[in-house]
Design a protein around this ligand. Sequence first.
Ligand SMILES: NC(=O)c1ccc[n+]([C@@H]2O[C@H](COP(=O)([O-])OP(=O)(O)OC[C@H]3O[C@@H](n4cnc5c(N)ncnc54)[C@H](OP(=O)(O)O)[C@@H]3O)[C@@H](O)[C@H]2O)c1
Length: 335
Amino acid sequence: MPTNRRFLLVRRPVGLPVDADFSLVSEPTPELKEGQFLLRNHYASLDPAMRGWMDDKPSYMPPIKLGDPVRASTLGVVAESRNPDFPVGSWASGANGIEEYSLCQSGAGRRVDPDAMPSVTNYLSVLSGVGLTAYFGLLDKGRPSVGETVLVSGAAGAVGSLVGQIAKIKGCRTIGIAGGPEKCERLLKDYGYDAAVDYRGKSPSELAAAIQEAAPEGVDIQFENVGGEILDAGLLALKPNARVVLCGMISQYNSEPAPISNLWELIVNGARIEGLILTQYIHRFGEAMPDLTAWLQSGQLRIDEHIEEGIENTLSAFLKLFNGGNKGKLLLKLA
Ligand SMILES: NC(=O)c1ccc[n+]([C@@H]2O[C@H](COP(=O)([O-])OP(=O)(O)OC[C@H]3O[C@@H](n4cnc5c(N)ncnc54)[C@H](OP(=O)(O)O)[C@@H]3O)[C@@H](O)[C@H]2O)c1
């Protein structure tokens, strides 16, 4: 029976998570019951949402219980099986945990074809939560029309880079906000943004001025991944009937939320701000998959995957999401 290293949450983080909030343990893998299978995880997805699941607060998902592995989507190969739908050797992904082996129940997980995509890891990036969030957030909540201007924060990240590219596919003008000259260059060169704004080192009024310079006629859709001062600065550029898609507020995940000053702009522009939570779209995932698959296979969608290695490096890898150290969709290689 193989040994299973598991990355457990043992204390609720206050602010940025630290080593003492977690424990890396080795346990034997469990015996399988009828219908179950054991997935040897090759990759885990590291997502900003995991920080919220570590808190003991009501949310769209229950908090991770203390003593449980940190919840994560994983992708791997079936190592043992008592489920005919998941034979040994097949690739599968599912909502599991940061652990080398996951015990999967009947009805959980999806089979994936490793040869159908440019990389098997695409099943944790474009063809998973981030791709679906970009797709439904932009197309269903933002409802872009040809020629409209789309402003994206966190634009060089996993969701943001896809939002910018899908907006271009739909004929929009795109402006991305990211941290530092290197990421801003990637916005223009790699993700086809029409303009890039570096938020680092700028006061709120300087940031607002830079956004207005990049969007002299204003913004129709603000796709917000960051919140705080960046959300506030973007609101000052809204056009009449603009849509603000509130996808994430990563700048606030390790601190108390900052007040927003410019909500008046929604009133004077008759604009709409709307939260997005991907779990409300589960019944519509089938609509998005053909488009995302076709765009990925044709090269119309570029995805950069930033792969860190080793379960023992989970925390340092995870923290890259909050210090801008990730260059693309952050994944952890486990095998
Ligand atoms: N609503 C939903 O259903 C849903 C689903 C998936 C993701 N999301 C949200 O989408 C957002 C992006 O997620 P992702 O997985 O694509 O992550 P990501 O953008 O690949 O990585 C996070 C990036 O956020 C930026 N960032 C972190 N702290 C910041 C701060 N204090 N100020 C400004 N920028 C900061 C950093 O980029 P820079 O280097 O540019 O600063 C960092 O690289 C998150 O807010 C996440 O919660 C929402």
